[in-house]
Write a new protein. Sequence first.
Length: 256
Amino acid sequence: MGGFHIALNYLSLLGKKYANSGLEDLLIESGVYAAGTTSVLMLGKSYNRGIRAHKLSMEALFRLLWQAFLQWLENRSAEVTTQDKQNLIAKIQECQRCFKENESIRKSCEAVVNDMDALTSLLTVFKSEGKAKSKLFSFWEEYIDMVMILLQFIKAERTGNWNLHLSSTAAMIPHFFAMDRTNYARWMPIYLADMHKLEVRHPKVFKEFSAGNHSVSRSQQPFAEVWTDMALEQSINLDSKSKGGLALTRKLARLG
């Protein structure tokens, strides 16, 4: 199944689920997009604009969630000491410094990730409590999760990560069922089952896919690989839709 068309349909169901929720008003009133453009991207008809709109909306909601989490954390100061907070902040600042000065950030970022296990656990507890107390919290938290699934799906192709492609595809399937996307709900589980059997049935194909060759790189730049159907849309299909070229005719005299 073509990943580009899966992403477009996922954008469509995302727009359908959150229609009339205030998301369209948020995009229009903030000046991100005009009313006509917003209506189109909510239908999943514009890939680039749709991805940008949902990324901005998700980030805005996550910032609000993070502010509420910090306030919640202040009331549970016994679980995270002041020293722990200062150590984590120092490592984050070191990671930012390395990034700005074009130094190697791998070690500094790994140090941040290793120290965030406790914080991540607390964030999970905060989300669970929020969902139990408020249906509105649960509603928008699910939106953040759905957008994150889409971004993981895109990342899988951009980086050629086959395992991430399979896991993000599996995470999408329940949403296709929930929003009554019959064709994708019916065929994506079959597609996923076939892909999981590649190692046994077609080991050579599995080896190539595991090496990142399930996506297409047209520029050889990092994080620039695309789905095969997107590559077709950008090349062969695009040429067939453009003006010009030689028209076929049965009358050879017209070619003279």
